[in-house]
Unconditional design. Sequence first.
Length: 160
Amino acid sequence: MDAQFEAWKQKALAVPFERILNEHTNLKLTGCGMKLKGPCPHCGGEDRFAIDLSKPAFNCRGCGSKGRDSIALTRFLKGVDFKTAVEILTGEPPPEQGNGKAQPVKKVVTPASTIRMKPGKSSIGSSVPSTDTWMARPSSAKTAKAKRLLAVPARSRPAG
C-alpha cells in the first residue's frame, strides 16, 4: 500500500470516538463512565446499541453491526464506504496513488499439484484414510462386527 495512503488512514484512525459521537447529536446514548448504550441508529430498539469508549468498540445486538475503530464507527453512522469515511474524519481527500489509478492487487495462487501433504492427512490436518484403506474390502472380522452393531433387535409384540 502507498505510504501516503497509509498515513492518511492512520490520521483517521487517531480520531477519538468522543469526537465522532459529539458530531452525531441524534444519538440518544446513556450510561456512566466509558460505557454508553441506547437505541441503534439503524434498527431501533431501546438499548441494543452499545459503545465502549475505553476499548474503543461498538456493537448492536439487534442488527449485528460492530467495529473497533473510528473508521468503522463513521461508516456505520453515516452509511458510507471506507474512503468516504476516512475523508470525513481527516477532512482531506484521498492521496494520489502512483499515476492516479488504483494499483491492481497481485493474487498468488498455488497450484494444487505443488501442495505436498503427508499421507493420511488432509489439508486441515485431520486424519483421513488413504485410498488404499477405504477402498479395500473389509476383513471378515470387521464385517461381522459391523453387522452386530447395525443389527436391529426384533420388537417383541405385547401379549394381547
